[in-house]
Design a protein around this ligand. Structure first.
Ligand code: 5AD
Ligand code: SF4
Length: 442
């Protein structure tokens, strides 16, 4: 009989793409995907631990399966992802949820198929978590669900140890994939019809610094030189080593989107120092200026944390000031979350929740006002959108332009995966609405 799986993913693009790899591995075992949890023979949680609420979410949802497992003892429950790499977490989960069948981590993701097979062969519970990263294991069987976009890892791990961040502890040291493997993967994806390639790494600017002899700028140049019409983007850049070489490659290739995700985290030098970010607000703003000297209309997105230990109202206001100066298109804003084992968790002067909440509300309002002002400027303009999907609620297609701006439009045929030209007629917050002028398939 047909066996079905459902994967529940928490966290970032990196995790979403790793879920696509896990899905590919399950399919190789003969499983097929289902949308409904009740129909699944195997439920897999791909967890995230970057902030406490992501963890609480996963705990809640795993706990809720206890009854399902009672009713159907053949149901396999597997838990993987970043949370499993945290010290002591697997033990806590084992005790709290004895009904979990398979546990594995991000550092031995490639073993998923073998672990499920062991379980199917009759083992009561299979737990295998690697403590240290190993060699990169190439896997080209990802089951992708994000057409027309395809994510491609260029490297794994992080060496930066920002003082608030748990990632270096759970994902190990930086390892870069060989350039020939990356280029081959992108070529294959473009030949299969993918129209947007997103290169993924915790800090793409340090690609190759682990002794490969190829820099990120060189890799980007190689990939952008691949024939075919597709867009190329990359994330995440780290301001400590984002540089002009990369921007020069952007200038050489129209394929590379005019959009850079450059997390600033804070606008205060004192806080940046305490965060161990290794750049100043002046350096950050100089990079923004450098980027815009090449592309005056380049868009920047960012990540910001408020309420880091010791953050004063003055520090916070410096963040507001930097947000205005950098003129971000949008920003992911987070309340600082204390992570066991990180340096910041030991710091004095943890900020009370009400102060954190007040700051995040003010920051979100500021970011939204910048986004709204940018959207208004689009009215009357023509843009090229890569159609990504259909919004059932709105009854409209949607996609993004090369600056990452979301646009909606009506069409009487399937436009997903097409490059279309729109005339923007309306703006609403972050979203633009336009009239369809032409589609590449006409
Ligand atoms: N608390 C809040 N936000 C965090 N991030 C990373 N660690 C934490 C933490 N402990 C944010 C950073 C990073 C993004 C992926 O998540 O802004 O850029
Ligand atoms: Fe975390 Fe800093 Fe590494 Fe990003 S660069 S994953 S914030 S330690």
């Amino acid at each position: 009989m047909d066996k079905k799986y459902k994967i529940i993913t928490y966290g970032c693009q990196m995790n979403l793409h790793e879920s696509e790899k896990m899905a590919g591995m399950l399919q190789q075992l003969g499983y097929t995907p289902t949308e409904t949890i009740e129909d699944a023979d195997l439920i897999l949680f791909n967890t995230c631990c970057i902030r406490e609420n992501a963890e609480n979410h996963a705990f809640g949802n795993i706990g809720a399966l206890k009854q399902m497992k009672k009713k159907n003892p053949n149901l396999i429950i597997a838990v993987g992802g970043c949370m499993m790499q945290e010290k002591g977490k697997a033990e806590t989960l084992k005790e709290k949820f004895p009904f979990i069948d398979v546990m594995f981590g991000t550092l031995n993701l490639e073993e998923l198929g073998a672990l499920i097979r062991e379980k199917l062969a009759g083992k009561k519970r299979v737990v295998r978590i690697r403590e240290k990263e190993g060699e990169i294991v190439e896997f080209d069987g990802a089951y992708r669900t994000s057409y027309p976009n395809a994510w491609v890892n260029i490297m794994y791990g992080c060496n930066n140890f920002c003082s608030y961040c748990i990632v270096p502890y759970v994902r190990g040291r930086e390892r870069s994939r060989k350039p020939e493997n990356i280029v081959a993967e992108v070529k294959r994806l473009v030949a299969e019809g993918y129209k947007e390639i997103t290169l993924l790494g915790q800090n793409v600017n340090s690609y190759g610094m682990d002794g490969l002899g190829v820099s990120f700028a060189e890799l980007l140049d190689m990939i952008a030189s691949i024939e075919g019409k597709f867009r190329l983007r990359f994330m995440t850049s780290h301001p400590k080593d984002f540089n002009e070489d990369v921007v020069k490659v952007m200038q050489k290739h129209r394929k590379i989107m005019r959009l850079v995700h450059l997390p600033v985290q804070s606008g205060s030098n004192d806080i940046l120092k305490a965060m161990n970010r290794r750049y100043t607000r002046e350096k950050y703003l100089a990079e923004v200026e450098m980027l815009r000297s090449y592309f005056p209309d380049a868009e920047l997105t960012t990540d910001i944390i408020v309420g880091f230990p010791g953050e004063t109202e003055e520090d916070y206001l410096l963040t507001e000031d930097l947000v205005k100066k950098a003129d971000f298109a949008s920003a992911f804003t987070f309340i600082y979350s204390k992570r066991q084992g990180t340096k910041a968790a030991e710091m004095e002067n943890q900020i009370p929740e009400d102060v954190q909440k007040d700051r995040i509300m003010r920051l979100v309002e500021l970011v939204n006002s910048l986004t709204r002002a940018k959207s208004e400027k689009y009215i009357g303009k023509e843009v090229e959108i890569l159609c990504e999907g259909y919004d059932e609620k709105k009854g409209l297609y949607l996609g993004r332009d090369e600056y990452g701006r979301m646009g909606y439009f009506a069409s009487d045929r399937d436009e997903v995966g097409n490059f279309v030209r729109l005339k923007i007629t309306k703006a609403n917050g972050i979203s633009l609405y336009g009239e369809l002028l032409s589609s590449e398939n006409e």
